[in-house]
Design a binder for this molecule. Structure first.
Ligand code: DX5
Ligand code: ZN
Length: 218
């Protein structure tokens, strides 16, 4: 059985005690920490910047998976690297031809992530996967935590899986983000996901360990 990874999204953490919340999900079995950066332009919300990443970098050795929902991410790649990012995901809505920015992320020795919103056809990825370490399929329109999973996303995950199996690198991970819950996790895994992001589902749970176990499915 393949090992499914779980990445709690700290957007749903309690920022009064962010360090404790990160330790708590690490103890509960998290594999990565997902960090949502929103700029109030690309998405209608503001979240956090590199300063927050820097301030919690010493709390954990877990991989920081930084999801940039912003208009001009190229300008900030160095800052995120310096702050402690291990992987950077940019959006295809900003980079229809992402090769150059993926190269820059790779040159900075971070995992190269590419994401697409629910209304971007998966087939647009064809021919653009050679430099992608992590393909992030959004299952809600980005901008807010706690939204409901868009049901059509399941077939998009399957389509992305098929495309990755043909065109992706062997190690490319298929990451699923937005509305992931204990209820829909099995279907998401069966559709071919490798990595599940969970915000509300994990930080809102009374038992994070059990929730992570259920999301992982074993
Ligand atoms: C949405 C973010 C997600 C979000 C997930 O814009 O990219 O990572 O934090 O939160 P939940 O799991 O609550 O949908
Ligand atoms: Zn995200």
């Amino acid at each position: 059985m393949k090992q499914i990874k779980i990445a709690p999204s700290i957007l749903a953490a309690d920022f009064r005690r962010l360090a404790d919340d990160i330790r708590r999900v690490e103890d509960a079995g998290a594999d990565l920490i997902h960090i949502d950066i929103m700029d109030a332009h690309f998405v209608p919300n503001l979240s956090m910047g590199p300063g927050i990443i820097e301030s919690v970098r010493s709390v954990t050795k877990l991989h920081f998976d930084v999801h940039l929902m912003m208009d001009n991410p190229q300008r900030y790649l160095h800052q995120f690297k310096e702050a402690g990012a291990d992987g950077i995901t940019v959006h295809m809505e900003i980079f229809p031809d992402p090769d150059e920015v993926l190269d820059e992320i790779g040159t900075l020795r971070m995992a190269r992530g590419l994401s697409l919103n629910p209304d971007m056809p998966i087939r647009r990825l064809s021919g653009r996967l050679a430099k992608v370490d992590r393909l992030l399929v959004m299952c809600v329109f980005p901008g807010f935590g706690g939204q409901s999973f868009i049901p059509e996303s399941l077939s998009r995950i399957r389509e992305a899986r098929d495309l990755l199996d043909v065109e992706g690198r062997v190690l490319t991970e298929l990451e699923v983000d937005g509305g992931v819950s204990v209820k829909n996790a099995a279907a998401i895994r069966e559709a071919g996901a490798d990595l599940l992001v969970g915000g509300t589902a994990i930080f809102g749970a009374s038992n994070a360990r059990e929730t992570i176990r259920l999301l992982r499915g074993h």
